[in-house]
Design a binder for this molecule. Structure first.
Ligand SMILES: [Zn+2]
Length: 222
């Protein structure tokens, strides 16, 4: 459980920005909106930002004072309060991925602080998803092109793949001038790899499950 205190945030496994484990998150700002009436409903929320001492980036947290039975005075006195939402959310690995792709993506998440390695791991995850779908020849970009031509992925996804840096030693001019990846590059490639996994594995599995549930419901009412 992620909890906010007056001075810091506790229980966050990893910083969503730099990926460091058990980050120290220090309070920068907080604002309590207690007894506000919004559209006829009473609003008891606490919003706060915390800064990672490792990368200096911020997260924004929201807590529900009423649900956790806490008042602004309790917070002042050092009580903790459960966080109900956090932005940006800690990155999650999607469901239904093939084993090898899942392993590569988990390792990528664990190494976001070392972006060259994280990008290579994400590229390996993308590679193993495409290979599992039968795309084994050529390099990563040519296999992505082939997958788009065969409508395994959409044209938009192919364009997205072209826009992110999947390889440091690509022949593209910009990559020759920037031999190393940044954390932003790693985040973008991770997001792309996760989206590709959603499209190829998670979404089809959800559709199958939804269809089966609808069929069951239909036969039960017939
Ligand atoms: Zn950080």
């Amino acid at each position: 459980m992620i909890s906010m205190y007056r001075e810091d945030l506790k229980g966050l496994n990893r910083c969503p920005h730099c990926g460091i484990a058990n980050p120290q998150m220090i309070s920068v700002w907080s604002q309590i909106f207690e007894d506000h009436r919004i559209s006829g409903n009473m609003y008891h929320r606490n919003w706060a930002t915390f800064q990672c001492t490792s990368c200096k980036n911020l997260v924004l947290c929201e807590s529900d004072l009423k649900r956790s039975n806490t008042t602004s005075r309790d917070l002042e006195n050092g009580a903790s309060i459960k966080v109900v939402s956090i932005f940006p959310d800690t990155q999650r690995i999607i469901d239904n991925l093939p084993d090898s792709a899942e392993k590569f993506l988990k390792q990528a998440l664990d190494s976001m602080h070392a972006p060259d390695g994280a990008v290579m791991l994400c590229a390996s995850a993308i590679d193993s998803m495409l290979k599992e779908k039968g795309y084994k020849d050529g390099n990563l970009y040519s296999r992505i092109n082939e997958a788009a031509e065969n409508n395994l992925i959409t044209q938009d996804m192919k364009e997205w793949a072209d826009a992110v840096r999947l390889e440091a030693n690509n022949t593209r001019h910009a990559d020759e001038e920037r031999p190393h990846m940044t954390q932003e590059d790693a985040k973008q490639v991770f997001t792309f790899a996760n989206a590709l996994g959603t499209f190829l594995y998670e979404l089809p599995a959800k559709i199958e499950k939804g269809k089966a549930a609808a069929e069951e419901n239909k036969s039960a009412t017939e």
